[in-house]
Design a protein around this ligand. Structure first.
Ligand code: G3H
Ligand code: 13P
Ligand code: ZN
Length: 312
């Protein structure tokens, strides 16, 4: 199976009551970990590259790594997606170079500007068989490509979604219902609650339309403990409760974005390796241990959060 768009994937996910995982890729070991877990569990998967990933690895390497994964795991459908495309030019460059899906993230601009830029990307993409995700509402959090203070974050207004989708022609919509980017989402002892009521209202206004959740890492405490027990100094934080993501995946949410949890897994594996083997200096040994934990985390998400196992 070649790289596919998410059109069929999302149709099946919507009716099947599950979501497809969109995992961020930055290097070979991360691509391997994600696609090996997905292939073993017969799960569809979305591999997504941010601006930071494209800068770090070079887009050509990322595309070729994903092509290698497609060749090695022809039994599962895979999408290559641009995460948080900042503007038309970034999206165009990915569309022209083989991505099958792009996100135009104009959520930090006015509603009208968001409509205009998303429409422009959708027209260009659709003429070339590529699908488009856009975003309404603003998530809190800090990553290379995204930096929004918590007090500037805004839930998606369900009153805007029909007009936005109808005027832009985009294929899926990321909404803000209380998730946020990065590992430091909520303070321990708090009780994070996704606004599943907003999700339900959006779904009512857009029947059958695929919804996307960004910022959906759960910050697994066992990996935080491994990191901090092996020389790390991560601050206390908790993420999005997995049961709430599972609930969202049963409804209109067809794509769930996870990056920070993979970073924690990679870091835990490498730190543990260095403490156990201070004499090692072969990158294959320590990155290989990081890769194992990333694979374990992806497998856990597929089975326990997304429900996409056996759906390829
Ligand atoms: O949403 C952001 C992703 O976690 C990508 O992060 O921009 O640091 O690559 P990045
Ligand atoms: P996390 O930081 O919660 O993993 O979110 C990743 C994301 O939304 C990528 O677009
Ligand atoms: Zn995101």
């Amino acid at each position: 199976m070649a790289l596919v768009t998410s059109t069929e994937m999302f149709k099946k996910a919507y009716t099947g009551g599950y979501a497809v995982g969109a995992f961020n890729v930055n290097n070979m070991e991360i691509v391997q970990a994600i696609t090996e877990a997905a292939a073993e569990l017969k799960s569809p998967v979305i591999l997504q590259a941010s601006a930071g990933a494209r800068k770090y690895a070079n887009s050509v390497y990322l595309i070729k790594l994903v092509e290698a994964a497609v060749e090695l795991h022809p039994e599962i459908p895979m999408v290559l997606h641009l995460d948080h495309g900042a503007d038309f030019e970034t999206c165009k460059s990915c569309i022209d170079s083989g991505f099958t899906s792009v996100m135009i993230d104009y959520s930090g601009h006015s509603f009208e500007e968001n409509i205009a830029e998303s429409k422009r990307v959708a027209e260009y993409a659709h003429e070339r068989g590529v699908v488009v995700e856009a975003e309404l509402g603003t998530l809190a959090g800090i990553e290379d490509a995204v930096s929004v203070d918590a007090d500037k974050a805004m839930f998606t207004d369900p009153d805007q979604v029909e007009e936005f989708v109808q005027k832009t022609g985009v294929d899926s919509l990321a909404i803000a219902i209380g998730t946020s980017h990065g590992a430091y989402k909520f303070k321990p002892g708090t009780d994070p609650k996704l606004r599943l009521d907003i999700l339900a209202e959006v779904a009512r206004r857009l029947p059958g339309f695929p919804i996307v959740l960004h910022g959906s890492s759960s910050v697994p405490q066992e990996y935080v403990k491994i990191i901090n027990g092996h020389g790390g100094a991560l601050k206390d934080a908790i993420g999005i409760p997995e049961d709430q993501l599972r609930e969202a995946a049963k409804g209109a949410v067809c794509k769930i974005n996870i990056d920070s949890d993979l970073r924690l897994g990679m870091t835990a594996g490498i730190r543990e390796h260095f403490v156990a083997h201070p004499d090692h200096f072969d990158p294959r040994q320590y990155i290989g241990d990081g890769r194992k934990y990333v694979k374990d985390i992806v497998a856990h998400k597929i089975v326990n959060v997304l429900g996409s196992d056996g759906k390829a």
